[in-house]
Design a protein around this ligand. Sequence first.
Ligand code: NAD
Ligand code: FES
Length: 290
Amino acid sequence: MEQGYLIHLHRKLADRIHEYWVDAPLIAKKHRAGQFVILRLHEHGERIPLTVVETDPEQGRIRLIVQVAGKTTEEFGDYTAGDHILDVVGPLGLQTHVDDWGKLIVIGGGVGAAPLLPIAKAAKSHGNTVNAIIGARSKELLILTEEFAEVCDELRICTDDGTEGTKGFVSDVLDQWCDQGAGYKFGIAVGPVPMMNAVAKVLKRWEIPGLASLNPIMVDGTGMCGACRVTVHGETRFACVEGPEFDIHGVDFHELTLRNRSYTEEEHEAVEHLHACHLTQAINHVRTEA
Ligand code: NAD
Ligand code: FES
């Protein structure tokens, strides 16, 4: 019998973006918006953090959305329904502290829309008015827009190339919305670091408090290794146990950018190695068939 967590459903959402429903009953029962899991595909695999997009406690399943960005996520992209993931640990991190904000703006860049969806749902069920801005480089890379439209009071979509919605960055649309007198009392941003940095500047200009869900490198996810350390208001914080959400106006985004680049070269080499292995397997397969 195969060991691990069964992938119940696999679907490709966009280029290099995959969705999985995975059997994980205990996590499905305990998970709250904002929390994440760390998984290991197989015994030689590295541990990667992934945010849980949705849970189905009755069926005992969790929904994950994964962007192929390195060796492990590329391997994950080859997994499909019926395959097993060796370990899924969680839920980890703190749940989003949802408050009576009144009027909230949630901003998702690229696959950052995935962790943002449960936060938008939680804020809406708490009684807040929730507006959303979802952006991607191009129309084909937009994800979850229909689900955001269902959950939110108003949704604006933007693409860098103008193929859908407003042409421009999410931070530009946020600035326009604020300028039109939207009157937001709070903002939550999830996405690439430069995007969260740009959103922080706009929120600051309009004197709106907010949170950013950070995505530093993580290893153990239990506060022991220090890999996920970030600086917030000049203090060291561990994103895996004290986050992943922090005051957007206190985050040292420059340091986060540098720390996230620490293993770029090793990651590149690992991907090259994986491609070489795939090529060798394909050649051996052709030889065997011949
Ligand atoms: P991307 O680079 O395609 O950017 C998505 C959108 O973000 C853009 O369309 C734009 O609207 C905005 N954006 C990007 N750069 C910007 C800038 N300099 N100024 C203002 N807005 C900007 O995103 P992607 O390829 O989907 O990459 C997703 C990134 O999100 C990855 O780096 C991943 O690590 C990160 N991520 C973060 C979290 C998190 O918890 N913060 C979760 C999932 C993914
Ligand atoms: Fe190791 Fe946070 S991932 S301390």
